[in-house]
Design a protein around this ligand. Structure first.
Ligand code: WTA
Length: 635
């Protein structure tokens, strides 16, 4: 492998220049020098944001698992690839070497095949953070099946929607999962979901909690006996560069989640390149990203990016507060973690606890700290810097999205500067731009507007599964010729970017994207609810929390409000998942609407945020009178 690591500011500047001046030559050189190809591409890039269409490395052939596993076997076969830290600290950690990973992935791939899964088939993975999750993802990639990982905190309804949207023929799950000292019946959730999913033929069940579950004959199988019987050798499927690698669902502004489709070669090149540079990974480092593989962060920066670089990547099953709030730091000390990557919500939650949770631990192995998922506030940034990094570790505030596949804006540690609350500078190949409301680009520094990207990078999602029109509409219509991120940003006097938050109907709660529409749909299912509107309001730990305005039908008015609130939150937990529960519910006798009947969330948001004196002109509303009563009863 030639070295694609950026090591100095001058190096960053010249690399960035080249990446913008000659993007194709830039990415071709990185792809050629650092990965194994079975056939080279015919064309580096073909694109048209108007269609929209993006293709990288067309004509090339490869398999991403050869790049993530096989090619490391000779040089570092005994090196730990995945370091599994269980939920319970008394259970031994598991060091899975590259050789062992190869063995596990190949066996699993053979099990997929013997159960009728082949290239292009969709496989839904609904597992806790246990090794089988990473292994099953890679096993799909080995045989060219398209994985669709669904976060194991989603409800059966949410799971069923995702299985049906992409017609998954198999589901991989476990008998249950641990959450602190409790267990969760994952298989029960799958069984319930599958009542709605006729397409699923097989369910493979990993054993994790030794519960007494029922297997449905003809459909469900224990995973382990299948693995035991399978060969540890499985030829890789040779994939085209643009063959889909995975689907990952993210929330949107309608009730239907968007199945973002990522393809093989571009995703591999970009996730590997950015992993190396943003975390400045060196050969013997132990790297830990605390995300769940159910989110894009886990796909790109627990599995594919680190493994493509031959790294040791920690996979943690548990939570930051079990058995106590020192767990993260205990793990850093235990495994001598060098790079630590987490979410601002976790930092805020831990910063609220006593510093005694940090003090006892030796954190001197840490070199680089990272955050992702939402804007990090200044206070949390300083706590992280002072108490975890001991002012010695650069903090990389990495901005990106499920749709972008990899980090687009971030400091490069020890190379470019950091600035609290700023994601700072674009990585090579990324051309950000800010636009005003009228669609005009805001040139120069000291500007604030809607954040777009002007030019394709290798890991941009290629479409929304089964709905290319929605892909065009969502990302390429607001600012024609550009990819629109849905985020607002400002560029300071030195050209550094600060992400200011979503400008659309997505609210980020504890780092999880939640669309307002699916939550409102869930509430409206309640027989006594007439209509509802959801907005975000600032929350100390979650960043944003959800505020629901709910109008009841006539019969609902005589019911006990506290009971109704519980029922509404239970409905949301059942239909979406507990992460989408509302912190506050205000019953209203109407919602402010435009004359065309659109709910004015902007006004409701201001009221929920306490900005009641600054609502702007409400006289054009269809029903301005409801605003006064909503203001009077705000929670
Ligand atoms: C937000 C997560 C500020 C942003 C990788 C984005 C951030 C959405 C940051 C994508 C950051 C992510 N600073 N905001 N460093 N990182 N976001 O798809 O609003 O789960 O659009 O991908 O999270 O969330 P997603």
């Amino acid at each position: 492998m030639s070295d694609y690591q950026i090591k100095s500011l001058a190096n960053y500047k010249s690399t960035y220049q080249k990446s913008v001046a000659e993007p194709e030559a830039f990415w071709a050189a990185i792809a050629e020098d650092n990965f194994v190809w079975h056939k080279k591409w015919d064309k580096v890039l073909e694109w048209d944001f108007a269609k929209p269409e993006v293709k990288w490395f067309e004509g090339a052939q490869l398999n991403i698992t050869e790049n993530c596993i096989d090619r490391h076997l000779e040089k570092r076969g005994d090196k730990t690839a995945i370091l599994f830290e269980p939920n319970n600290p008394n259970e031994a950690a598991l060091h899975i070497s590259y050789k062992e990973l190869s063995n596990r992935v190949n066996r699993f791939a053979n099990v997929l095949k013997s159960n009728g899964v082949g290239k292009g088939d969709r496989v839904c993975i609904y597992l806790p953070m246990i090794p089988e999750l990473a292994v099953s993802v890679l096993a799909c990639a080995r045989i060219g099946a398209i994985h669709s990982v669904v976060f194991a905190g989603f409800s059966s309804t949410a799971l069923a929607t995702r299985i049906n949207d992409s017609d998954c023929k198999m589901v991989i799950t476990s008998d249950g999962s641990f959450r602190g000292d409790k267990t969760i019946d994952l298989k029960g959730i799958v069984d319930e979901a599958l009542l709605e999913c006729a397409v699923v033929e097989t369910v493979l069940v990993a054993k994790r909690i030794d519960s007494n579950i029922q297997l449905k004959s003809g459909r469900d199988k224990w995973l382990q006996p299948e693995l035991d019987a399978a060969s540890p050798i499985c030829a890789q499927e040779i994939m085209d560069a643009e063959d889909p690698l995975f689907i990952l669902y993210t929330s949107g502004s309608t009730g239907m989640p968007k199945g973002m489709v990522h393809t093989t070669a571009g995703y591999m090149v970009y996730s590997a390149y950015t992993f190396k540079n943003v975390f400045q990974y060196e050969a013997d480092d132990v790297y830990w990203c605390t995300a769940d593989i159910g989110w894009i962060t886990g796909h790109s920066y627990i599995v594919y990016g680190p493994l493509a670089n031959g790294a040791t990547t920690v996979m943690f099953e548990g939570t930051p507060s079990y058995p106590d709030c020192g767990r993260f730091w205990a793990i850093v000390e235990k495994h001598k973690v060098n790079q630590f990557y987490t979410a601002p919500t976790a930092i805020r939650a831990l910063a609220k606890e006593s510093l005694d949770n940090v003090k006892g631990y030796d954190l001197s192995s840490l070199k680089i700290l990272g955050t992702v998922g939402e804007p990090i506030n200044e206070e949390a940034w300083h706590w992280y810097n002072d108490h975890i990094g001991k002012k010695n570790c650069p903090i990389v505030d990495t901005w990106w999205q499920t749709e972008t596949g990899g980090i687009l804006i971030s400091p490069i540690p020890n190379v470019t500067e950091t600035k609290p609350t700023y994601a700072t500078l674009p990585l090579p190949g990324i051309q950000p731009a800010l636009f005003d409301k009228d669609g005009l680009e805001l040139e120069g520094n000291k500007q604030e507007g809607s954040l777009c990207i002007k030019y394709p990078w290798p890991s941009i999602a290629r479409t929304i599964w089964g709905n290319h029109d929605r892909y065009r509409e969502t990302y390429f219509s607001a600012f024609p010729g550009n990819y629109f991120t849905g985020d607002g940003a400002l560029r300071d006097e030195n050209g550094l970017y600060r992400i200011t938050g979503r400008v659309d109907d997505v609210i980020i709660v504890s780092g999880h994207n939640l669309g307002t529409a699916p939550i409102e749909d869930a509430i409206d299912e309640h027989p006594l609810v007439a209509e509802s509107a959801i907005v975000g309001f600032p929350h100390d730990i979650k960043g944003s929390a959800l505020y629901g305005y709910v109008t009841l039908k006539g019969e609902g008015l005589s019911k006990n409000e506290e009971d109704l609130k519980k029922e509404i939150n239970q409905l949301i937990a059942d239909l979406i998942g507990p992460i989408a529960k509302l912190d506050k519910i205000q019953f209203t006798n109407g919602l402010p609407k435009t004359r065309s009947g659109k709910i004015m969330r902007r006004i409701l948001r201001k009221i929920a945020c306490g900005e009641v004196d600054n609502l702007g002109d409400i006289s054009t509303l269809l029903n301005p009178e409801v605003v006064a009563s909503i203001k009077a009863n705000v929670l």
